[in-house]
Design a protein around this ligand. Structure first.
Ligand SMILES: *Cc1c(COP(=O)(O)O)cnc(C)c1O
Length: 426
């Protein structure tokens, strides 16, 4: 087989292929990565990152629009730099993420700052950096931002994140646009808050924002939210408060198993229809859809442990590396990196952590031996960024594949680093 070998048709990662009896990502066997960098290691495909981003750019061609990558999905500098080179903006939720974007070469004037708990210190840092917009989530935040901008003698560009109260039909933990959750300001309060914002001397009303949830598979709720936002924009315009941009948040879902997410173009079509003929710049904050299927977690089987009711494959990755299965009961495809002949067995894929919740996958049929490598797919989003050092486990290395090149974009932590900031009692 050659470089044109089609991607495995049943695997959600576009640049993963079965070649010469083994899994390759772009032009590299995954086994090479394990040999050079060890396991567990997150592995990303540059081509997959770029094609995911370009799909957004192409679907928005001909419109004034900015795609702001949601940094919390995967904040590695190597990943951020790939998007910065493509002209991306960034959606951040902390001063830490702002520093990452700057370190990766991202432009401050393309950064939007989301989140319900921005501190005064974070506001100062973001104002001094000259970010594009603060997506403000409460009346109290509006007042604080006005005060902080006043102290600095500057003006803060703001959008109110409104809660359009539409049901995104996704997992309750990742649904954010319904009444009764902590995000955004109530739709009914938004008009009065805009009037308040317009009257505050150190704020400049720039736009409006919403983000209704994550892993959305149906474009209809987004189009419904967009229509609600637009009605509000028009009422504000009539009252003399003109908005320059409309930020529709992130949330487009990906295929983990058998989900059928719309293409970016199909997802955006009903939205763009709502905004046909409008002048406002559109802004989007995709996270998962840009990185989720561009990454996998490479892990090695330490032991096979037959049980009375279940067989376990105990691997060297764990819930501290990939929390989504334990946290959301999320499903990730698990494939053998070097499939071999023999009997298929059903396994629980578990890590070494002392928690019964430490599993990566349930009931998977695999032909594997101890020592084999497994690839846990669709792990590019909310994988490494949600990892921890629980059980004093150094976090995984991260490698970006670019053609046949392997770039170590984060080296594995050492145990000494894990407690370097700690002190024993004298
Ligand atoms: C998490 C988040 C995003 C990204 O969501 P995805 O589902 O990863 O696309 C975008 N905007 C805001 C405000 C968020 O909180």
């Amino acid at each position: 087989m050659n470089a044109n070998t089609p991607a495995c048709p049943n695997l959600p990662v576009p640049t993963l292929q079965l070649r010469e009896g083994a899994l390759w990502l772009e032009e590299r066997p995954l086994a090479d990565i394990a040999a050079r960098f060890g396991t567990p290691t997150y592995v990303y495909s540059r081509a997959a990152l770029e094609s995911a981003f370009t799909a957004w750019q192409e679907a928005l061609a001909g419109r004034r629009a900015l795609v702001c990558y949601a940094v919390k999905a995967n904040s590695n500098l190597g990943i951020l730099s790939v998007f910065a080179r493509l002209g991306a903006g960034f959606d951040i939720v902390s001063a830490g993420e702002l520093a990452r974007v700057q370190a990766a070469g991202g432009r401050a004037d393309r950064i939007v700052f989301s989140g319900v708990g921005k501190t005064a210190a974070e506001m100062r840092i973001a104002l001094e950096a000259g970010i594009r917009c603060f997506n403000v989530e409460s009346a109290a935040e509006l007042e604080r931002l006005n005060a902080v901008a006043g102290e600095l003698g500057s003006t803060a560009p703001i959008a109110l994140r409104v809660n359009p109260d539409v049901d995104p039909k996704t997992h309750p933990y990742i649904s954010t646009g319904l009444k009764g959750n902590k995000f955004g300001v109530a739709f009914a309060d938004a008009f009065a808050l805009y009037q308040r914002a317009a009257a505050l001397p150190n704020l400049r009303v720039a736009g409006i924002a919403c983000h209704i949830g994550s892993q959305l598979l149906d474009p209809a709720p987004m189009a419904e939210a967009a229509q609600k936002l637009l009605d509000l924009v028009d009422r504000l315009g009539a009252a003399g408060i003109a908005l320059e941009h409309i930020d529709l948040g992130g949330g487009l879902g990906i295929r983990y198993r058998d989900e059928m997410p719309p293409t970016v173009a199909d997802y955006l079509a009903p939205l763009l229809a709502v905004f046909a003929g409008r002048e406002e710049e559109l802004c989007f904050e995709p996270g998962r859809s840009l990185v989720g299927n561009a990454g996998l977690l490479l892990t090695r089987i330490e032991y096979l442990k037959p049980g009375e009711t279940k067989n376990f494959a105990i691997v060297d990755a764990a819930m501290n590396d990939l929390a989504r299965p334990a946290l959301y009961d999320a499903w990730h495809e698990v494939v053998a990196v070097t499939p071999h002949d023999g009997d298929e067995q059903v396994y629980e894929i578990v890590g070494p952590i002392c928690e019964s919740g430490d599993f990566l996958a349930h009931d998977r049929s695999l032909k594997v031996n101890a020592g084999d490598l497994l690839a846990i797919l669709s792990a590019g989003a909310y994988g490494m960024t949600m990892s921890s050092n629980y059980n004093t486990r150094p976090r995984a290395a991260e490698v970006l594949i670019d053609g046949s090149e392997m770039h170590e974009i984060r080296r594995r932590e050492t145990v000494a680093e894990l407690f370097a900031a700690e002190r024993t009692l004298a």
